[in-house]
Write a protein that binds this ligand. Structure first.
Ligand code: NAD
Length: 409
C-alpha cells in the first residue's frame, strides 16, 4: 500500500461509518488538479541540474488550496496526493477556510548550495505561478523548507503578479511573516499532548516523551513539553538517535542543532539506533520526521502508551490496526500537527489586512483552536466508541462534504 492508498484507506473507513454513497466517496477522494513541472537550473559548477516539481491540489471546497512544499528525494506525485488530501481534512477539522494542497521538489538539499536552492525555488515558482496565489493556493514550509524559501517564493511571485505577501505563509518576520508561526506546529503538538494526557488521567510532569525528528516540529514540541515539566528521554534526527532515561536538556540540544550539529553531538546521553528509539518504553512517542514509520513489521514492538502523530502519515493502516488491538492510543496527524496551518491562516489573515498580531494573541488563538478541536474529536470518539482517527476524519468529511454539495457538483 502506498502513501495515497493509505490515506484513502483511512478515509474510506470513516466514510463507511458515515454510510456515504460510493459516488460521494469518489468525489471526495480524488484530487482536483495534479501539476508536474520540470525545474532545470544552472548549478554552481556550470552543469545543468534537472529536477521535478509537484503540486497536488486536492480540494478547494472550503477555501483556497493550502499546504506545504517539501524538498526531499522521496517527493513524488503519490506522496503529494496523500499529503494534499490530509491537508483538506486537517483544515476542515480545525475549521479554517482553506482546502488542501501539497507539493515539493524531488531533490536533496543537503547536496545543494544556498544559491542553487534559491534558483530551483524561483524556477519552480516560474513554472507554477499561474496555479497558485493568495486566493487560489497558498504554499508553506514543510520538510527541508523554511522561512528562507518562502521569502524567495513571495519575491518571485510578486515579480510576476505585483506585491503579494499572502501567496505563501511561514515567511520571515521581517517580510510579512507572523509572530509564532515558526513554533506553531510544535506548540500545537504540545497542546494536543496535554489534552490527551488529561483525557487519559495522566500529567505531563510524570510522563516520558520520545521524539523522532528534531527539525522545526520536533524541536519546538520538545521545547514546550520540557517547559511544561515533561521528561524528553530520547530524540533523533537523520544522522542518529540519543537516549538518557533521566531526561535530556532540551535547550542545550536546541542550541546544538542551531549551530548546524546533529543531536548525536549531545554528550550526556547514550547513542542508540533509529529503530531502538521507536521501541523505547515511554508514555508518549512523537514521530516528527517523515511518513510511513510504523508498519506491520514494527507495530508489535512499540512500547509507547500514546502516539501523537506530529509528522504527516507516520502510521500505515496495518500498524494502526495493531495499535488499536493493543490499546495504544493514536492521536492522528490531521489533529496533532494542525497548529502549523492554523497559524499560517493567522499569518494570511494579517497579510490580507496589512495588520500585525503580537505573539501572545497568536498563542492564545492557536491554543484555543487546538484545545477545542481536540475536545470535539475526543468526545465523538468516546461517544461512538471509535478511534480518534476515525472520529477526526468523520468531522472533517462532514464539513467538506456539506460545502461540496452546497456548491453543486
Ligand atoms: P524539518 O525538515 O524541519 O525536520 C525534519 C527532521 O526529521 C530533521 O531533524 C531530520 O534530520 C529528521 N529526520 C529525517 N529523516 C529521519 C529519520 N529517518 N529518522 C529520524 N529523523 C529523521 O521538517 P519539519 O517541518 O519539522 O517536518 C517534520 C514533519 O512534520 C513532516 O512530516 C511534516 O510534513 C510535518 N509537518 C510540518 C509542519 C510545519 O509547520 N513545518 C506542519 C505540519 C506537519
Amino acid at each position: 500500500m502506498n502513501a495515497f492508498e493509505a490515506t484513502n484507506h483511512y478515509l474510506r473507513n470513516s466514510m463507511e461509518v458515515m454510510e456515504l454513497e460510493e459516488r460521494v466517496q469518489k468525489l471526495l477522494l480524488q484530487p482536483d488538479r495534479q501539476v508536474t513541472v520540470e525545474v532545470a537550473v544552472e548549478l554552481d559548477n556550470g552543469n545543468i541540474g534537472n529536477y521535478v516539481g509537484f503540486r497536488s491540489q486536492h480540494s478547494n471546497a472550503r477555501g483556497p488550496y493550502k499546504g506545504g512544499l517539501r524538498y526531499h528525494p522521496s517527493v513524488d506525485m503519490n506522496h503529494a496526493n496523500s499529503l494534499a488530501s490530509l491537508m483538506t481534512w486537517k483544515t476542515a477539522l480545525v475549521d479554517i477556510p482553506y482546502g488542501g494542497a501539497k507539493g515539493g521538489i524531488n531533490c536533496d538539499p543537503q547536496k545543494l548550495s544556498e544559491t542553487e536552492v534559491e534558483r530551483i525555488t524561483r524556477k519552480f515558482v516560474d513554472n507554477i505561478h499561474d496555479v497558485i496565489g493568495p486566493t487560489v493556493d497558498i504554499p508553506a514550509p514543510d520538510v527541508n523548507t523554511s522561512a528562507r524559501e518562502m521569502a524567495w517564493i513571495m519575491s518571485q511571485y510578486s515579480k510576476l503578479h505585483g506585491f503579494s505577501p499572502g501567496v505563501v505563509t511561514g515567511k520571515p518576520l521581517d517580510l510579512f511573516g507572523a509572530q509564532g508561526r515558526e513554533e506553531a506546529t510544535g506548540r500545537g503538538v504540545w497542546v494536543i499532548c496535554e489534552e490527551v494526557l488529561k483525557a487519559t488521567k495522566r500529567e505531563t510532569g510524570n510522563c516520558r516523551f520520545v521524539i523522532q525528528g528534531f527539525g522545526n516540529v520536533g524541536s519546538y514540541a520538545a521545547k514546550f513539553i520540557s517547559e511544561a515539566g515533561g521528561k524528553v528521554i530520547a530524540v533523533s534526527d537523520v544522522n542518529g538517535a540519543i537516549f538518557n532515561g533521566n531526561g535530556l536538556d532540551v535547550p542545550t540540544l536546541i542550541s546544538l542543532v542551531k549551530q548546524g550539529q546533529s543531536v548525536s553531538g549531545y554528550k550526556e546521553a547514550d547513542s542508540i539506533s533509529h529503530d531502538e528509539l521507536l521501541r523505547l518504553e515511554c508514555d508518549v512517542l512523537i514521530p516528527a520526521a517523515l511518513g510511513e514509520v510504523f508498519v506491520k513489521d514494527n507495530a508489535d514492538e512499540i512500547q509507547a502508551k500514546i502516539i501523537v502523530e506530529a509528522a504527516n502519515g507516520p502510521t500505515m493502516p496495518e500498524a494502526d490496526e495493531i495499535f488499536n488491538q493493543r490499546d495504544i492510543l493514536v492521536v492522528p496527524d490531521i489533529l496533532a500537527n494542525a497548529g502549523g496551518v492554523t497559524c499560517s491562516y493567522f499569518e494570511w489573515v494579517q497579510n490580507m489586512q496589512y495588520f500585525k498580531w503580537d505573539l501572545s494573541k497568536t498563542r492564545k488563538e492557536l491554543d484555543k483552536v487546538m484545545r477545542e478541536s481536540s475536545r470535539t474529536v475526543f468526545n465523538l470518539a468516546s461517544s461512538h466508541d471509535i478511534s480518534l482517527r476515525t472520529a477526526a476524519f468523520i468531522i472533517a468529511i462532514g464539513r467538506v462534504g456539506k460545502a461540496r454539495v452546497l456548491q453543486g457538483i
